[in-house]
Design a protein around this ligand. Structure first.
Ligand code: FES
Ligand SMILES: [Fe+2]
Length: 472
């Protein structure tokens, strides 16, 4: 990992007191590492992201009028025609450029309001009313269009090369446990996609930012609402591991809950921009539960992005029913305050949350100005892995191969919360080592599920957890 290299190159002046005058020019430094920040057409990161299905809006945003969207620097329009087919088209009409956001949704496709050109969801020109009947325009013109579909309230589009369109990977956490409900949401961020994605890899902050980092006593309701309960306040023992699932990575986070109990939390990132989070509402960790949220960090342009995703609701991940489905929606989410831009400046200052810390890093965080420590290994690892992929050093698509290999069946996930009976060791270092070992063993069990039929995975995991406990 390149953390030590980065530290070694930091200018000596940065370690002197009252060095503001010496460092003043750094405040206006241009962003670096642009190759993993920029996602416009033709950029390496943008082309990599375009190889995957990306959520582009919520189903509820498709009404009787078109929805103007901007994804990876491309101005688009999304709509659902009256036959129920979804279209994601270039926004400017192929005729003379009027915006299709003012188009009229048809039984089949959409009609531009200016001269009535009528396009199907795949961009086919169906009709050009002002043209003579012998016109060949329909044979020579097509509106730019992308394949799109809806699933559980999200609209997905594939914006990459037509001959490389993958299957949509389906994780078992979308359908397990039985009765799981996927509730769509979006959260708008006024900054580059990567710093939002990195925030989820940076799990240490849950014990800091989300743990009484408030102006206490001024407004008790805000202070209380900003604090994650359960074991989150404990600084975890974290390791980051690369995985072959989309060249992604996972982190394992171990915390001691009591003299008898250890909590192992695993969250999984599938590159380029997908993550599954474990339980996120306050609750004591269960014996074993799966994902509480799936989230794609989708670039709008280089300085804006939207998190689209599903909250997963089921009795395993949220046995107390603390989650609120009705609060999930367009730029709205139900967990923790400080996830959106909708609070007052005063509220943001008194009880800062994820939105404040992420967006205040700037429209594009300047990596060269950071002073990373060991706790930042995960973030730097993610950047390094992403750079390797877009540089062609790593084959990018194992997740696609797996989904196709099992006929589009469900992919196992590592994301989980697990509670293990492990007695506290008197020696603190020994206790930490045992917790770390437990984390790695639980991760190994989750990876074993790759080979286990989906309906047998939970039984297998529970049996293996018993074995881990017996051996620790
Ligand atoms: S600009 Fe769309 S039909 Fe003329
Ligand atoms: Fe957070």
């Amino acid at each position: 990992m390149n953390i030590s290299e980065h530290q070694a190159t930091a200018p000596a002046d940065q370690s002197k007191p009252y060095c503001g005058y010496l460092l003043r020019d750094l405040q206006n430094k241009a962003p670096s590492n642009l190759q993993i920040l920029r996602t416009g057409p033709g950029t390496p990161m943008g082309e990599y992201m375009r190889r995957y299905w990306q959520p582009v809006c919520l189903s509820q945003e498709l009404t009787d009028v078109p929805k103007a969207i901007r994804i990876m620097h491309e101005d688009l329009v999304a709509f659902r025609d009256r036959e129920g087919n979804v279209g994601v088209l270039h926004r400017k009409c192929a005729h003379r450029g009027a915006s299709l956001e003012f188009g009229i949704v048809q039984g089949k496709g959409i009609r531009c309001c200016y001269h009535g050109w009528h396009f199907d969801v795949d961009g086919t020109l169906l009709e050009a009313p002002a043209e003579p009947s012998d016109s060949h325009l329909k044979d020579t013109v097509c509106q730019g269009a992308y394949p799109a579909f809806e699933r559980d309230g999200l609209v997905f589009a594939y914006m990459g090369p037509p001959d490389q369109k993958p299957e949509f990977p389906i994780f078992d956490g979308y359908v397990l446990p039985e009765g799981t409900r996927l509730v769509p949401f979006s959260n708008v961020f006024d900054c580059n996609w990567l710093q939002v994605y990195e925030n989820q890899i940076d799990h240490y902050h849950t014990a800091l930012l989300h743990n009484n980092m408030t102006v206490a006593g001024v407004d008790d309701s805000i202070a209380q609402g900003a604090t994650l309960q359960g074991g989150f306040g404990e600084l975890p023992i974290i390791d980051w591991h690369s995985t072959d699932l989309n060249n992604g990575m996972v982190f394992t986070a171990g915390r001691r809950l009591s003299d008898e109990d250890v909590w192992v939390r695993i969250s999984q990132m599938a590159f380029p921009n997908y993550m599954q989070n474990a339980a996120i509402v306050a609750a004591a960790p269960q014996r074993h539960s799966g994902p509480a949220m799936s989230r794609w960090q989708v670039p709008v342009d280089d300085e804006h992005s939207i998190a689209f995703g599903w909250r997963h609701f089921n009795d395993e991940v949220d046995p107390d029913h603390a989650g609120k489905e009705e609060e999930c929606g367009v730029d709205s989410i139900d967990f923790l305050i400080g996830q959106t831009r909708h609070r007052s400046y005063d509220e943001m200052q008194r009880a800062p949350g994820d939105y404040e810390v992420i967006v205040s890093q700037g429209p594009m965080a300047i990596h060269d100005l950071e002073h990373p420590g060991r706790s930042d290994v995960g973030v730097y690892m993610a950047r390094s892995l992403l750079r390797d992929i877009i540089a062609g050093k790593t084959a990018p698509d194992p997740v696609r191969a797996k989904a196709e290999a099992n006929g589009g069946g469900t992919l196992p996930r590592c994301t989980s919360d697990t509670r293990l009976k492990i007695r506290r060791r008197a020696d603190k270092e020994e206790d930490s080592a045992v917790i770390r070992k437990a984390c790695h063993q639980v991760l190994a069990v989750m990876k074993e599920c790759d080979e286990i039929p989906v309906d047998q995975r939970r039984a297998h995991i529970l049996q293996r957890l018993d074995e881990i406990e017996a051996n620790l």
